[in-house]
Write a protein that binds this ligand. Structure first.
Ligand code: G3P
Ligand code: MG
Length: 238
């Protein structure tokens, strides 16, 4: 959630357009340009690994399913530019360090990408104090599991296809945000979400024109692979 009510620029998978996605370097680079980042988690051998795909090939030099890894292997695969696949607790530590240095709260959106990620996330964030958190997922069952374990951390329901049932889903989860793909993010839908008191963040927006348009529709912010291109939009809400 934006702590200052302005249009929030959220680095998508860190800064996926200019740095290896979902890596510690990627998050550090994103933080040069914005104060919010998004990441994806999968459960790997009992730990939460920060990686988007269920397979390793696209973003690492490994092969096969992420879920088949042993935890030691996370630090042995190359996730780009010599970076490894980080654990969620390592990313949180990095962000908390930056929050301390900047003396401001940073925003972290944890997307529950893989199955059975809710319990580990609920447990890890229990001690997290210096970050504004949002836990989101396309998997609304996983979000429900999270909500049952954690009744207070803000939750965001993700949609890549529009569903008129979003109201029941969001209210059943006691959600704070309803986040949309840019392909379905019309002015009317954003307005209806905002009018009912939810935040609405839109993914993935890599050009300023689209970002500006979404701000004028009342969107709360965007997920972007190119936070470096979005300077000054933080005050852009129409
Ligand atoms: O949460 C916004 C965005 O990350 C959802 O899509 O596939 O990039 O995780 P994806
Ligand atoms: Mg994501």
């Amino acid at each position: 959630m934006s702590s200052h009510g302005s249009f929030q620029i959220i680095g998508h998978r860190g800064a996926a357009g200019i740095a290896p996605e979902n890596t510690l370097t990627g998050f550090e680079i994103a933080l040069r340009y914005c104060d919010a980042v998004e990441l994806d988690v999968h459960l790997v051998d009992g730990v939460l690994a920060v990686i988007h795909d269920e397979r390793l090939e696209r973003t690492t030099d490994g092969e096969g399913f992420v879920r088949d890894l042993k935890r030691e292997q996370l630090a042995s695969l190359d996730a780009g530019d010599g970076q490894v696949i980080p654990r969620l607790d390592e990313v949180i530590e990095l962000l908390e360090r930056h929050a301390g240095l900047r003396q401001e709260k940073l925003f972290l959106n944890i997307e529950l990408k893989g199955p059975h990620t809710a319990p580990g996330v609920a447990s890890i964030i229990r001690e997290t104090k210096s970050l504004d958190l949002l836990v989101s997922s396309f998997n609304h069952g996983e979000l429900q599991d999270f909500r049952e374990l954690d009744g207070t951390t803000p939750v965001g329901v993700l949609y890549h296809r529009w569903r008129e049932s979003w109201r029941e889903t969001a209210s059943g989860l006691n959600a704070q945000a309803v986040n949309l793909s840019e392909r379905i993010a019309t002015s009317k839908r954003i307005r209806s979400i905002r009018d009912e008191g939810y935040a609405c963040y839109v993914y993935t927006v890599n050009d300023r024109e689209t970002a500006r348009r979404l701000a004028s529709f009342g969107a709360s912010g965007i997920f972007t692979d190119r936070p470096d291109l979005m300077g000054s939009l933080m005050e852009a809400r129409g």
